[in-house]
Design a protein around this ligand. Structure first.
Ligand SMILES: Nc1ncnc2c1ncn2[C@@H]1O[C@H](COP(=O)(O)OP(=O)(O)O)[C@@H](O)[C@H]1O
Ligand SMILES: O=C(O)C1=C[C@@H](OP(=O)(O)O)[C@@H](O)[C@H](O)C1
Ligand SMILES: [Mg+2]
Length: 175
């Protein structure tokens, strides 16, 4: 039974790389945010707006316990998932956890070009966004570093970075 679980900060590429990895390995892909949206019939920004971050984290925790029981999957978490309740400890019990690590510069670059709306970054100027990423990453990283494996995607060449990330993941997990 294979269960690969990807964690890391917003913009690290968890959704993008997780999906590509699942495809290559013939595993079912789950993105926790997408799963939440499907189950709740609401978008993540809608849940934040209606229930606040605290409400979102409770829902996220409950949905995580559903999805992380499925077998032969790649699961990409949300950036905050490992930082609330005992989620990271639970994920380490459930499968092969990988921290997709990236520098604030790379995260900022990815987040700037991405189309997904992220409630935590809403209404921020470029400077405020960069500073927020730097500060929150520093606070959150202790949780991410509890993952069993770490891949630094910042060190990779720009050329076909997603493919390279998938190849490195396979090498690391020996799969
Ligand atoms: N390894 C990568 N190389 C190039 N672009 C990437 C890479 N990973 C992510 N991106 C881009 O960065 C943005 C955010 O990626 P996403 O997978 O949504 O991150 P996360 O799920 O970690 O928040 C997307 O536009 C994606 O295309
Ligand atoms: O870092 C966070 O707290 C969040 C990250 C998002 O997922 P991504 O990391 O996939 O953007 C999503 O779960 C929500 O907007 C909150
Ligand atoms: Mg994502």
């Amino acid at each position: 039974m294979t269960r690969i679980i990807i964690v890391g900060y917003m913009g690290a590429g968890k959704t993008t790389v997780g999906k590509a990895l699942a495809k290559e390995l013939g595993l079912t892909f789950y993105d926790l945010d997408w799963y939440i949206e499907e189950r709740m019939r609401k978008t993540v920004p809608q849940i934040f707006a209606e229930k606040g971050e605290e409400g979102f984290r409770k829902i996220e925790n409950a949905m995580l316990h559903e999805v992380a029981e499925f077998e032969d999957i790649v699961l990409s978490c949300g950036g905050g998932t490992p930082c609330f309740f005992d989620n990271m400890e639970y994920l380490n019990r459930q499968g092969d956890t990988v921290y997709l690590k990236a520098t604030p510069d790379v995260l900022y670059k990815h987040l700037k070009m991405g189309k997904t709306e992220r409630p935590l970054l809403k209404n921020k100027t470029k400077e405020e966004m960069y500073r927020f990423i730097e500060e929150q990453l520093a606070q959150r990283e202790t949780h991410y570093l509890e993952a069993k494996n770490v891949i630094d995607v910042s060190l990779m060449d720009n050329y076909e970075k997603i493919k390279t990330s998938v190849a490195r993941l396979r090498e690391l997990l020996n799969i």
